[in-house]
Ligand binder design. Structure first.
Ligand SMILES: *Cc1c(COP(=O)(O)O)cnc(C)c1O
Length: 305
């Protein structure tokens, strides 16, 4: 898996940006790879290298039925010549689900398990049983966040991005937030927009930064008011915003992560959060494969390229 030479950064143009005297750009990680999209490319890269160098022939991971992580792992494992196993939350694997259909086509061996059972996924005995069933494997945690994932997400920001004053990223498990925090310059402020309901994410991020020995050179802030009801929950305001953003800028967003981040950015902009002269970078973390499944579930159309 190779990153493209340069990753597009789209400069947005809108009267509100002129009025507030800020510059807003979107780093299109959704375009790093046709199938291993967004932050998942960075999170998987060193894990797959490690699996290969340890002579594993297969990887195993966990995820929900519409998971971007499952989709990306299936494609990435195939590309580097590893077999893959996906343990899916929920016993019944819907044949119409486009994420799972793709994973299956990429050769992923899928096993649906009950929600109760899924919660035991980090327990030694549970993993031992999976090893009995499938043979030895390289384990990638749900959501893909571990030390090697963060080594990867440290590479999202490059020397090309040193002039930005504000960087926004969505937060799920926080592996992306942590990697960006680690590579921040002293004048940069990182805003993590939580896709989950609740304040628990703050302590989780503090713990993750501590266990990863990350002390950011920049400043960090986590916003928890943009979850729109909780993880994978949405409001019509959010869906309308995603359509508006597509019409205004031609950039597709997803309702789980990037839509909430861009919504937060626009709200903060209107509330004069960003001082005049700010240079804002939105990290488009991908996730667009999930839009198909969202439409299948809800009947609500979403933009896609
Ligand atoms: C997985 C994912 C995230 C969350 O990344 P974390 O590193 O788990 O915080 C954000 N955006 C998209 C599109 C994702 O697929």
């Amino acid at each position: 898996m190779l990153l493209p030479q340069s990753i597009p950064c789209d400069l947005l143009s809108h009267p509100l940006l002129d009025q507030k005297q800020v510059d807003l750009q979107v780093l299109r990680l959704d375009q790093v790879h046709p199938e291993v999209s967004g932050n998942k490319f960075y999170k998987l890269q060193y894990n797959l290298q490690q699996a290969l160098s340890q002579n594993h022939h297969q990887v195993l991971t966990f995820g929900g039925a519409y998971s971007n992580h499952i989709y990306a792992t299936a494609a990435a494992a195939k590309e580097v010549g590893l077999a893959s196993i996906g343990i899916i939350r929920g016993e019944l694997l819907d044949a119409e689900n486009p994420t799972l259909a793709f994973a299956r086509t990429a050769g992923m061996n899928l096993l649906g398990i009950s929600r109760e059972h899924f919660r035991e996924k980090t327990q030694a005995e549970f993993l031992e049983n999976l090893r009995k069933q499938f043979g030895d494997f390289y384990l990638i945690p749900e959501g893909g966040t571990n030390a090697l994932a963060i080594q990867g997400t440290r590479e999202i920001l490059t020397a090309n991005h040193s002039s930005f004053s504000h960087i926004l990223t969505p937060i799920g498990t926080g592996g992306t937030f942590a990697g960006i925090a680690a590579s921040l310059l002293p004048h940069q402020h990182l805003l993590g927009i939580s896709a989950l309901k609740g304040e628990g994410i703050r302590e989780e991020m503090t713990d993750l930064l501590n266990t990863s020995s990350i002390q950011s050179n920049g400043s960090l802030e986590i916003l928890t008011q943009y979850h729109q009801g909780g993880y994978a929950k949405w409001t019509t305001e959010l869906i309308d915003f995603i359509h508006w953003f597509w019409d205004a800028f031609g950039i597709p967003l997803d309702p789980i992560y990037t839509g909430k981040m861009a919504f937060a950015c626009w709200d903060l902009l209107q509330k004069n959060y960003f001082p005049p002269g700010s240079c804002i970078l939105l990290i488009h973390t991908g996730g667009l494969q999930g839009n198909r499944g969202f439409t299948q579930r809800t009947g609500i159309a979403l933009p896609s390229l």
